[in-house]
Design a protein around this ligand. Structure first.
Ligand SMILES: *[C@@H]1O[C@H](CO)[C@@H](O)[C@H](O)[C@H]1NC(C)=O
Ligand SMILES: *[C@@H]1O[C@H](CO)[C@@H](O)[C@H](O)[C@H]1NC(C)=O
Ligand SMILES: *[C@@H]1O[C@H](CO)[C@@H](O)[C@H](O)[C@H]1NC(C)=O
Ligand SMILES: *[C@@H]1O[C@H](CO)[C@@H](O)[C@H](O)[C@H]1NC(C)=O
Ligand SMILES: *[C@@H]1O[C@H](CO)[C@@H](O)[C@H](O)[C@H]1NC(C)=O
Length: 602
């Protein structure tokens, strides 16, 4: 059986003419030279059946799968696919127009197109020239001259550009590759001045339309992130010898009634290829690819931590519970010893004066309480044991009192660290509001989780005015405290730097509402410039230009240099526990009075 098969194969082989054998050998060497995993798909070949058979056999010998079906396979194999067609055959026209229509001429797919005569090449070239053979196309046209092949690469730098033809090498029995670099995008970096359009998002002011293209760094309080992104992208366009064009959009891009809006819609509808940094949302992945981070952009709730007095009883905090218990126990012991001492004193003297302890527990308690609260008391022991007791008590309490009052002063001024996460923010008695710009109408609808909707309902109350503030107004409220503003952080930081006192910057905190990734530059899915933009953005970052742009355009989170140097007044809120204690005292005393009157009447 095996022998018969071998003979059959040999027969097929020998029946392939020398001319065809050269072509097959060329294809084989071409694939080997690429050095990539390859899955060869051929179409529009009018070759004899036995030639196609030997093509399949030759390919399988070098581990290359072949098929004649253009139907999409698993998308995980796209990178391996190489298409083969022959312009000599009439059907190749259909193959090429099918490929143009189905976007098979673009990146990840490779093409090898054979042609046998210069006349035919002239005749068929317009077919390719009208097709989308753009900078990301890896298309090789191999023209047969006698027993040799001349290979050229073809691409157009822009949709309206003329076809650029660059030599790729030749075949004269062995394959000679004359590419300067094997990396496709290194060879495609000269866009010959063709335009790449960038969509820039305006959120703050229409003056950006004027200042952004000029890159004059004026009015940076408006749309500074957009301006920084444009500045970086523009350098990238220069590196590609492309012309940067810009359009403006008034929204980052969200789905409204199932349709994309804003910048994402510009990208999706092919009005632009690249956009301003934007936050990664899951649904945006359908239409854009994210490349590099240019300007850090996070949407945060920004607020000052509420003072400690709002979240804890500062009058309790100076000592630990154990110390408080110890003080109580010591006071009790002191009362008892004073009581015993006064008893003994009374037994010795028999007579009492007004200023002397009367031997009862009440007087002893009054004396210790006045010592604990650092007040004076007119009654006092007359004899040495009682006085020694009193002396020890006063000395011990003096040290405690000094520590206590020193601690209270610090605690009254200390910011708390009580709000560090979204649940804590949602639970805090603090106003939640948002910056009055377009994105804030959408980001609160991105998540359906109960915690997120609870926060949204506080910013956009069911019945009532949404809590939306202008930047200046919102930041002033942050300064006054107990107010959290949701916004892209950078403009808020800039306003804080402009309006806050140094000491007011110390307790600024942030909480991420959506907990997203950082923001990245979106490029339209399937854009021929994706890889070029990706590469130049990386180069801009690696060279340090990007961080220079950030420093020029953006303000980072404010840090305070002088901590705790300012005077802060103590308000009623700070004294709340004390006032509540007094209220209880008044209530108890009134109750006692009523009790006494009732007792007297009875
Ligand atoms: C290409 O040319 C057409 C017709 O001249 C023009 O309408 C179109 O805007 C051009 N496209 C680009 C990207 O320049
Ligand atoms: C093919 O061309 C290369 C470079 O010109 C040469 O070195 C080589 O000998 C040639 N091979 C044949 C078989 O002619
Ligand atoms: C850049 O593009 C222009 C066409 O706009 C071209 O004349 C020039 O040679 C290109 N620059 C380089 C370095 O190739
Ligand atoms: C900017 O101009 C557009 C139209 O040109 C307008 O719709 C928008 O309201 C303006 N925005 C501001 C902040 O003035
Ligand atoms: C957000 O959701 C609320 C309630 O589900 C709805 O009333 C509001 O119109 C939505 N906003 C946007 C911009 O879709």
């Amino acid at each position: 059986m095996k022998v018969i098969l071998t003979i059959l194969l040999l027969f097929i082989h020998s029946s392939v003419r020398a001319k065809d054998a050269t072509t097959l050998n060329f294809i084989k060497l071409f694939i080997k030279n690429d050095g990539k995993p390859t899955h060869l798909i051929y179409g529009g070949l009018c070759w004899k059946k036995n030639v196609i058979n030997s093509l399949v056999i030759e390919m399988s010998k070098i581990g290359v799968r072949t098929s004649a079906s253009f139907k999409p396979l698993s998308k995980y194999q796209d990178h391996a696919i190489m298409y083969l067609t022959d312009l000599d055959c009439e059907q190749s026209n259909d193959v090429i127009s099918y490929a143009s229509e189905k976007e098979l001429l673009q990146f990840t797919y490779r093409w090898l197109i054979l042609v046998s005569s210069p006349e035919l090449k002239e005749e068929k070239l317009p077919l390719l020239e009208d097709g989308p053979v753009l900078v990301d196309s890896d298309l090789v046209l191999a023209e047969r001259v006698g027993d040799q092949f001349q290979m050229v690469e073809m691409h157009r730098p822009g949709i309206n550009g003329t076809m650029i033809i660059t030599p790729r090498g030749f075949y004269n029995g062995s394959l000679v590759d004359t590419r300067p670099n094997r990396e496709l995008y290194k060879r495609r970096r000269n866009m010959m001045g063709h335009p790449i359009v960038m969509s820039n998002v305006i959120q703050d002011s229409n003056t950006t339309r004027y200042h952004l293209p000029r890159e004059d760094r004026l009015q940076l309080q408006y749309d500074s992130i957009t301006k920084a992104c444009w500045a970086a992208a523009n350098i990238g366009f220069d590196m590609l010898n492309a012309t940067g064009r810009y359009i403006f959009s008034y929204r980052y891009g969200y789905k409204v009634n199932g349709q994309w809006s804003g910048m994402i819609a510009d990208l999706y509808n092919n009005k632009a290829d690249v956009g301003t940094n934007c936050v990664i949302f899951r649904d945006r992945f359908d239409v854009v690819t994210y490349t590099d981070l240019v300007a850090p952009m996070r949407m945060l709730f920004i607020y000052r931590q509420p003072p400690l007095a709002y979240v804890a009883n500062v009058f309790y905090l100076p000592f630990s519970t154990r110390v408080w218990v110890t003080i109580a126990v010591c006071t009790a012991i002191a009362t008892v010893t004073l009581f015993l001492a006064s008893r003994w004193e009374l037994a010795l003297t028999k007579t009492t004066t007004q200023q002397q302890l009367d031997g009862g527990i009440c007087d002893a308690l009054l004396l210790t309480m006045s010592a604990v609260t650092q007040q004076g008391c007119y009654i006092e022991p007359r004899r040495a044991p009682g006085r020694m007791m009193l002396f020890v008590l006063f000395t011990a309490l003096m040290a405690l009192y000094a520590a206590y009052s020193a601690n209270i002063v610090v605690l009254l001024q200390a910011p708390s660290d009580s709000i560090r996460s979204l649940p804590q923010l949602a639970g805090a008695k603090i106003t939640l509001a948002a910056n009055d710009v377009d994105y804030n109408h959408f980001v609160f609808n991105q998540s359906r989780e109960p915690l997120h909707t609870a926060v949204r309902d506080r910013v956009f109350p069911e019945n009532g005015k949404p809590r939306l503030y202008s930047l200046a107004d919102g930041v002033e409220r942050i300064r006054k405290g107990l107010f959290a503003l949701h916004s892209v952080a950078e403009p808020v930081y800039r306003q804080i730097e402009a309006t806050f006192l140094e000491s007011e910057k110390c307790d600024i905190s942030t909480v991420d509402y959506l907990v997203t990734f950082d923001s990245f530059t979106p490029v339209r899915k399937g854009s021929p410039y994706l890889e070029l933009i990706r590469v130049v953005h990386k180069q801009i970052r690696e060279s340090g230009i990007q961080s220079a742009i950030r420093k020029r355009y953006l303000v980072s989170k404010p840090h305070c240099t002088t901590k705790m140097s300012s005077f802060s007044s103590v308000g009623l809120m700070d004294m709340r526990p004390v006032l509540i204690l007094m209220l209880y005292g008044v209530a108890v005393s009134v109750a006692i009075v009523i009790g006494e009157i009732v007792l007297h009447k009875l």
